[in-house]
Design a protein around this ligand. Structure first.
Ligand SMILES: [Zn+2]
Length: 310
């Protein structure tokens, strides 16, 4: 299918899915059913009629208030719908010619719900992880069947095991850094990433820690983001000549790759120097951190989206 058409269809579909994710994000951590009762205003309990339940539009038309009692309705609802729609458009376009597109969309929806719940409650509920496996696994099998690529499934199973072992060891060594839910989620993401190829699995295991470090630094000492940005820009500008010089004047095969690698290195180097200086002067806030789940989800999804054609 044409990527633009796929983006449009999955984007609109994603808005509706986002509306359902709002229900999941609110009810699952509160141990309520996601199907009963139907949506109602949290303040006056009036059931929400279908015309007031149109994703994004209803919230905008009602200017963020309940039609009956006028209570303010959080901007988080349209935001989740918009974000889900946008992510579905990107994933739908990226996998528009791949049988695994439905599995990836289910994964995307699940990751959005899990990240939102983890941010608020420090929890990655099994009530979301297990249904994702139950719905996603047959869809991966369907994808493999459509592509006649059964080795991908074997690789995916091995990837799930590898990711599980890696994160189990980290969890065992540093239980305060992450919860056991992260270990389960890593196995799920390892499956999806390795389905696409070993390099994607490597990236999916590595990127969450890069995002986590940048996020952790940004929360503890936001000022460090400036030297990181400067280092990144300098590295990107000079990447080709740096790599050429380091390799004894040879021509650089992949200029973009060289730029990205040097930019990352320079950003981390400059950022660490400033961070360590601030830490030595005790200008760094300690103890505040956000859960690892959103980093894990974002890093793995990024790895899945940037992988080359397999
Ligand atoms: Zn109301």
């Amino acid at each position: 299918m044409n990527a633009g058409i796929a983006a449009a269809i999955s984007g609109v579909f994603g808005l509706a899915v986002g509306s359902f994710l709002n229900v999941v994000i609110w009810r699952v951590p509160r141990k309520q059913s996601v199907v009963r009762p139907p949506s109602h205003c949290p303040s006056c309990d009036t059931p929400i009629s279908p015309r007031d339940n149109v994703p994004l539009l209803s919230w905008l038309l009602l200017r963020g208030r309940c039609r009956y009692c006028g209570t303010h309705i959080s901007g988080r609802y349209p935001l989740v719908e918009l974000f889900t729609g946008a992510m579905f458009a990107v994933v739908g376009a990226r996998f528009s010619s791949d049988g695994v597109v439905f599995a990836m969309l289910v994964l995307t929806a699940s990751l959005i719900a899990l990240s939102a719940i983890d941010l608020e409650h420090m929890l990655l509920p099994n009530r979301i992880i297990y249904p994702t496996v139950a719905i996603g696994l047959p869809l991966f099998v369907l994808g493999a069947a459509l592509e006649h690529d059964w080795t991908a499934l074997g690789r995916a199973a091995a990837g799930a095991l590898i990711a599980f072992v890696v994160f189990y060891v980290i969890w065992f060594a540093a239980p305060r850094a992450m919860g056991y839910g992260d270990v389960r989620l890593a196995a799920l993401l390892g499956f999806a990433a390795a389905y696409l190829g070993w390099p994607v699995l490597g990236l999916a295991l590595f990127l969450p820690f890069v995002l986590g470090s940048v996020g952790g630094i940004a929360i503890a000492a936001p000022i460090v983001l400036f030297p990181m940005a400067i280092g990144g820009a300098l590295g990107y500008a000079t990447g080709v000549s740096v790599v050429s010089r380091l390799s004894g004047g040879a021509t650089v095969a992949d200029p973009t790759q060289a730029r990205i690698i040097v930019a990352l290195g320079a950003a981390i180097l400059l950022g660490s120097v400033v961070y360590l200086a601030l830490a030595a002067m005790r200008r760094v806030e300690r103890g505040r951190h956000i859960p690892f789940g959103p980093y894990l989800a974002a890093g793995a999804l990024l790895a899945i989206l940037i992988h080359g054609p397999v």
